[in-house]
Write a protein that binds this ligand. Structure first.
Ligand SMILES: Nc1ncnc2c1ncn2[C@@H]1O[C@H](COP(=O)(O)OP(=O)(O)OP(=O)(O)O)[C@@H](O)[C@H]1O
Length: 366
C-alpha cells in the first residue's frame, strides 16, 4: 500500500514537442493518498489512460517523477510497483478454471498454498463467482469474464493500488450498478487505494470519495462530487458535471458589477474587485440550472425573460429561456408553477461564479 505522488509530471507522445498542446499530460503535481477511492473523470482523449499507465509503470513519463511513499519508481516495472490494473476488456486465461484464474496472481507471488483457497473463495463470494469457480473461463459470458478480471486485481491484499480503466464498459447496464456498489464495498473492506478511470460522471460519483477531472491533459479540479457540483473550479467542470451543465454568460466588468449586453448583473464584491483588477478579455459568469431562481411573479429582483420551452423529466422540469442573446436553463421543481411565454428569474449571488480565463475566482470567505 502506498501514497502515490506525481511530481512535476508531464508526458508527450511527440518526439519534438513545441507547444503545450503536444502534451497528453501537461506539467502537474498531484498526490493520491493511501486508501483513497478516487475517480479520474474526463472526455475521450483528455489523458486518463496515459495517466493510469504512467502510475502503473506501463508507460515512462517524459518528464517528472512517480513516487510511491518516498521512493521514486520511474524505472520500476508494473510487477515491481505492485500495482494491479483492470482494463476495459477482460484479461483472463481461457483454458484455466475461474478458481485458477483467481489463484494465479497469488501463486505468482509465492503465496503459501493454504492461504490461496480461502482468499480466492473470499473474493469469489464478494463478486458472486462462487458457483462458477470450477468452470473454464472460456465458457463464461462477458460479464462473468470481467468479474474474473476484476477478481484477479482484487485477490492480492499487498498491492500498492488497484487501477481500473473503464472496467464496466462491457458490462450489462443492470449489473453495472451492482458491480459499482461491490467495488465500493471492497474498498471499504480492504482499505486499498483505488483509482477508477471513467468518462461517466454518475459512475465516478457513485464510486469515488474524490474525483479528479481531466481536460486537455490538465487536472482542472480534484474534489468531492459535491464540490465539483457546487463550486466547479473550471468552466469545463461546470459544463461536464451536471445534467444539463452550468449556464455561462460572457460578461464585461463595470464599476458596479458585471454587464451582459445592456443588462447589469450584481456580483459578489470580492469577485468584483478581482475581476476589475484583471486585464483578461475572457470573463464569464456561471450558474447551475438548479440554482437559477424562478419566481412565480414579477418583482424588483427578477429579470423578465422569454421562455423557449419547458422539458418534463419526470420528477422535475428544465426550462430553457433567453437571457439577452444566450439560451440558459433553469430547473423547476415538480410542484412549481410552469411559466408560459414569460418568466421571472434571478441569479442568487452565492451561486453565481466568476471565471477568469476559464478558472474560478474564489469567493473571499472560502
Ligand atoms: N500510443 C500513443 N501514441 C500517440 N498518441 C497517443 C497514444 N496514446 C494516446 N495518445 C494521445 O494522447 C492523448 C491522450 O490519450 P489517452 O488515451 O490518455 O486519453 P483518454 O482520456 O484515456 O481517452 P479515452 O477515454 O478515449 O481512452 C490523446 O490525444 C491521444 O490521441
Amino acid at each position: 500500500m502506498a501514497e502515490i505522488t506525481l511530481s512535476s509530471l508531464a508526458h508527450t507522445y511527440e518526439t519534438n514537442p513545441s507547444s503545450p498542446e503536444d502534451y497528453a499530460i501537461r506539467k502537474m503535481d498531484h498526490v493520491w493518498h493511501q486508501g483513497g477511492a478516487y475517480a479520474l473523470l474526463g472526455p475521450s482523449g483528455c489523458g486518463k489512460s496515459t495517466m493510469l499507465n504512467i502510475i502503473s509503470g506501463l508507460l515512462q513519463p517524459s518528464e517528472g517523477d512517480v513516487i510511491f511513499d518516498s521512493r521514486i519508481v520511474n524505472d520500476l516495472s508494473p510487477e515491481e510497483r505492485n500495482i494491479a490494473q483492470v482494463f476495459q476488456f477482460p484479461v483472463v486465461y481461457d483454458t484455466m478454471t475461474v478458481f485458477e484464474n483467481l489463484a494465479f496472481p497469488l501463486r505468482n507471488i509465492k503465496t503459501p498454498a493454504h492461504k490461496i483457497a480461502p482468499r480466492v473463495h473470499e473474493v469469489a463470494e464478494i463478486l458472486e463467482l462462487t458457483s462458477v469457480l470450477k468452470r473454464k473461463a472460456k465458457n463464461l459470458n462477458a460479464d462473468e469474464k470481467q468479474k474474473v478480471s476484476m477478481g484477479r486485481g482484487l485477490v492480492r491484499d499487498d498491492v500498492s493500488a488497484i487501477l481500473f480503466d473503464e472496467p464496466l464498459t462491457v458490462i450489462d447496464p443492470q449489473l453495472k450498478w451492482k458491480l459499482r456498489r461491490k467495488l465500493k464495498q471492497i474498498h471499504e473492506q480492504f482499505n486499498i487505494t483505488m483509482i477508477y478511470v471513467t468518462h461517466d460522471q454518475l459512475e465516478a460519483s457513485t464510486f469515488a470519495e474524490k474525483i479528479a477531472v481531466m481536460y486537455e491533459g490538465k487536472m482542472v479540479q480534484f474534489g468531492s462530487p459535491r464540490e465539483l457540483f457546487e463550486r466547479p473550479a473550471h468552466t469545463f467542470v461546470g459544463f461536464f458535471i451536471g445534467s444539463p451543465g452550468m449556464n455561462f454568460l460572457e460578461v464585461a466588468i463595470t464599476d458596479s458589477g458585471a454587464q451582459y449586453g445592456d443588462i447589469a448583473i450584481p456580483i459578489n464584491p470580492h469577485q468584483h474587485a478581482i475581476a476589475k483588477a484583471s486585464d483578461s478579455g475572457n470573463i464569464k459568469l456561471g450558474i447551475r440550472p438548479e440554482f437559477v431562481h424562478v419566481w412565480d411573479d414579477k418583482n424588483d429582483e427578477a429579470f423578465e425573460v422569454n421562455v423557449k420551452d419547458v422539458e418534463d423529466l419526470g420528477t422535475y422540469r428544465i426550462m430553457s429561456f433567453y437571457f439577452g442573446d444566450s439560451l440558459l436553463r433553469a430547473r423547476l421543481h415538480e410542484d412549481q408553477r410552469v411559466p408560459q411565454k414569460k418568466a421571472y428569474v434571478s441569479f442568487p449571488e452565492q451561486w453565481l461564479t466568476l471565471y477568469i480565463d476559464e478558472y474560478r475566482v474564489e469567493v473571499g470567505n472560502e
